[in-house]
Write a protein that binds this ligand. Structure first.
Ligand SMILES: CC(C)(COP(=O)(O)OP(=O)(O)OC[C@H]1O[C@@H](n2cnc3c(N)ncnc32)[C@H](O)[C@@H]1OP(=O)(O)O)[C@@H](O)C(=O)NCCC(=O)NCCS
Length: 400
């Protein structure tokens, strides 16, 4: 089929379900197809997705846009991010992109590449795109009804197919100017099997100076940290002279990585694998996290939140967001190891740890290396040259 006869459309409800049925093949892992679809449906009402923030897109014939026989699909999550430069801080519209999928019988015909190229024309402001939409593609996508469409300052995805495919998918008909892989460092540690303390939960909600975080507490911590992150983004822009951008972990973004772990009891009741999703260092005199956060003068809290990737081996605890100093990191790492043992994982991972903290982690049995999958990649919709841009807090919380 000629690419010009196809366009990008927000999926109908039926197409969204069809897209999920298709992707179940490779992404359901240990869930049944029904459970996989039920998980996505359950999460449709969660904060990261509600109000139209989650859009499924299909590449489909212009003359039959609602067909269930569409070529390929993907998802976008509309988010609020931050950008700082010499002009100060701006809250911006931005997108996470996920679930790019072409069924095997339609593969290798340029469909996914074309969908991704068109996606820029759906997400970005016209002023940030080339003056002319490529004539060989026919008319541009028309997406007035999609929340955030045409307003994105940047978009990001996590490639499991290397660096080149998405880089080639820019907004023109020439290869290039697509998503650029950045910041793929992970710091990890393996846990010996005999060391696992499978299934036990912390005896108390706090442990000396440390407070374990429920999902609700993690949300409160992310809310406070989002404010601190804005300050950090501004400081970083001032120190480097660069344009610095970041996603934020509040507004359902970090909670998405928690809720994704749900399984189902009795067929339909969602159950999470644990009640403990993080740990925080309690300032002197505080007996729990709420008290720590309600204090008037707040030093940024040392904390980590995490998700569990335990549907298939290697079972892994992945830290989603971490804040620590060189002094507080060793204690925090010790708690992460404890949490990993309690959850019976074989591997612990932290994405995007600052270089000075990687050194400290290295002294405590952790190693750092570039990831070979989930390669974080961004596309900037603005005039700043790529080498002038820095993605701060490029951690697991913004994965989708
Ligand atoms: C990756 C995928 C979306 C490509 O869809 P498609 O419609 O066949 O893509 P296009 O025809 O536009 O481009 C094909 C090119 O994609 C690249 N590609 C496809 N699969 C790839 C992989 N696993 N690793 C690296 N590159 C890959 C190759 O360059 C390929 O070119 P080739 O056919 O000359 O080898 C599809 O194969 C798929 O859905 N795979 C399973 C899900 C998946 O991995 N999605 C991406 C998640 S980040």
């Amino acid at each position: 089929m000629q690419l010009a006869s196809l366009s990008l459309f927000p999926a109908t409800r039926e197409q969204t379900i069809e897209s999920r049925k298709r992707t179940a093949d490779i992404w359901k892992k240990d869930l049944t197809v029904n459970e996989y679809i039920l998980r996505d449906e359950t999460m449709d009402s969660h904060e990261h997705a509600a109000g139209g923030r989650l859009t499924t897109w299909v590449l489909a014939p212009r003359d039959d846009p609602t067909t269930l026989d569409f070529m390929c699909s993907c998802e976008t999550m509309h988010r609020t991010g931050v950008v700082a430069n010499s002009q100060g801080l701006t809250e911006v519209s931005c997108f996470g992109i996920a679930s790019v999928y072409t069924p095997p019988d339609k593969g290798g015909r340029g469909y996914a590449g074309h969908m991704m190229r068109l996606l820029h024309w759906a997400l970005a402001p016209r002023a940030a795109l080339p003056a002319e939409f490529p004539a060989v593609w026919g008319p541009p996508p028309d997406v007035p009804s999609v929340p955030g469409a045409g307003t994105g300052r940047f978009s990001a995805l996590y490639s499991d197919i290397g660096e080149d495919f998405y880089r080639a998918c820019g907004p023109t008909d020439q290869p290039g100017q697509g998503w650029l892989v950045r910041g793929v460092m992970q710091t990890f540690r393996l846990l010996p099997r005999f060391d696992l303390d499978n299934g036990s939960t912390p005896a108390a909600s706090s442990d000396g100076d440390w407070g374990w975080l429920t999902e609700d507490n993690a949300k409160i911590v992310w809310e406070c940290d989002a404010e601190q992150m804005k300050t950090d983004v501004v400081n970083r822009a001032t120190v480097t002279g660069r344009t610095v951008f970041s996603f934020l972990p509040n507004a359902g973004v970090g909670a998405f990585t928690v809720q994704r772990t749900m399984r189902f009891k009795d067929g339909a009741v969602p159950v999470l694998p644990t009640n403990v999703w993080g740990v925080a260092l309690l300032p002197g005199g505080c007996s729990d996290v709420q008290e720590a956060l309600s204090r008037e003068s707040k030093e940024p809290l040392t904390y980590a939140t995490w998700t569990l990737d335990v549907r298939l081996p290697p079972h892994t605890l992945v830290v989603t967001r971490l804040r620590a100093t060189r002094k507080t990191l060793p204690g925090l790492l010790q708690r992460i190891v404890e949490a990993g043992k309690r959850n019976g994982v074989e591997r612990l991972e932290i994405w995007g740890l600052a270089a000075d903290l990687q050194d400290v982690a290295g002294e405590h049995g952790w190693a750092s290396e570039n990831r070979v999958e989930h390669l974080s990649a961004f596309k900037w919709y603005g005039t700043d040259p790529e080498e002038q841009l820095e993605w701060l807090f490029n951690e697991k919380f913004s994965w989708c």
